[in-house]
Design a protein around this ligand. Structure first.
Ligand SMILES: *Cc1c(COP(=O)(O)O)cnc(C)c1O
Length: 222
């Protein structure tokens, strides 16, 4: 059951935070609901989760339009690869776009946010992993952050990154440390690092938001 998995995971997360001398409120959990059913999302909401992450525009729109129509309190974060031709629709749908990784996509999001008459919170997606195709290189992040901030309808809240796929925990920690260092340069309130398999390393590196899929919902249906 999701509620039991969430309770157990939250307990473990709180123990890790305490071990790091960190307050419970310094970290939020985004439930990554890609490929999960509407029923599973409702279950997660009933268990107390309020932040949800989706990777695909169409799927996100189909599942979250009805939930919003019901007036359910929640935030939808877009965490998938940001295609420029879908950016306008994503800018109108999402409460936050975490996967902003290049100028072309920033321009497209800006246009969409302006048309929707809103200020869109975004995170700069960093590439800290050779196994990850997308993301802005850390060395280029401060300059890209300036460019994002030049857009009137985007609000840059911090950075997001995906760790390398590695069995060496030290490699994962080193990548997260690099993300934290870059976050300090970029500024903002949100360091979105840590998934089901690497949230401990992420908390130790200073994560303020974990993105958890399978550890909450169970394995994704294929
Ligand atoms: C799928 C996904 C997650 C969640 O992955 P789990 O390993 O299931 O926790 C987190 N972040 C991004 C960007 C994802 O695509």
């Amino acid at each position: 059951m999701l509620a039991e998995r969430f309770a157990a995971l939250r307990g473990e997360i709180e123990r890790e935070l305490a071990a790091c001398g960190r307050a419970r409120e310094s970290l939020s959990i985004l439930a990554v609901s890609k490929k999960q059913s509407l029923a599973a999302i409702r279950e997660a909401h009933a268990a107390g989760l309020r932040l949800f992450g989706e990777n695909y525009l169409q799927e996100a729109a189909e599942k979250f339009a009805p939930l919003r129509a019901e007036g359910l309190a929640l935030e939808l974060h877009f965490i998938g690869h940001l295609q420029s031709n879908k950016a306008a629709k994503i800018a109108a749908l999402a409460d936050c776009v975490q996967s902003l990784d290049r100028e072309e996509a920033a321009t497209a999001l800006e246009r969409g946010a302006e048309r929707a008459g809103r200020i869109l919170p975004v995170l700069l997606q960093l590439n800290i992993s050779p196994s990850e195709r997308f993301g802005c290189l850390p060395a280029e992040a401060p300059r890209f952050a300036e460019r994002i901030r030049a857009h009137a309808h985007l609000r840059l809240d911090g950075v997001m990154a995906v760790a390398p796929i590695a069995t060496d925990r030290g490699l994962i920690s080193a990548a997260f440390e690099e993300a934290a260092k870059t976050f300090a340069l970029v500024g903002g309130t949100t360091l979105s690092i840590g998934m089901s398999g690497d949230w401990r390393e992420a908390i130790r590196a200073g994560s303020t938001m974990l993105r958890i899929g399978s550890a909450l919902f169970g394995a994704r249906p294929s």
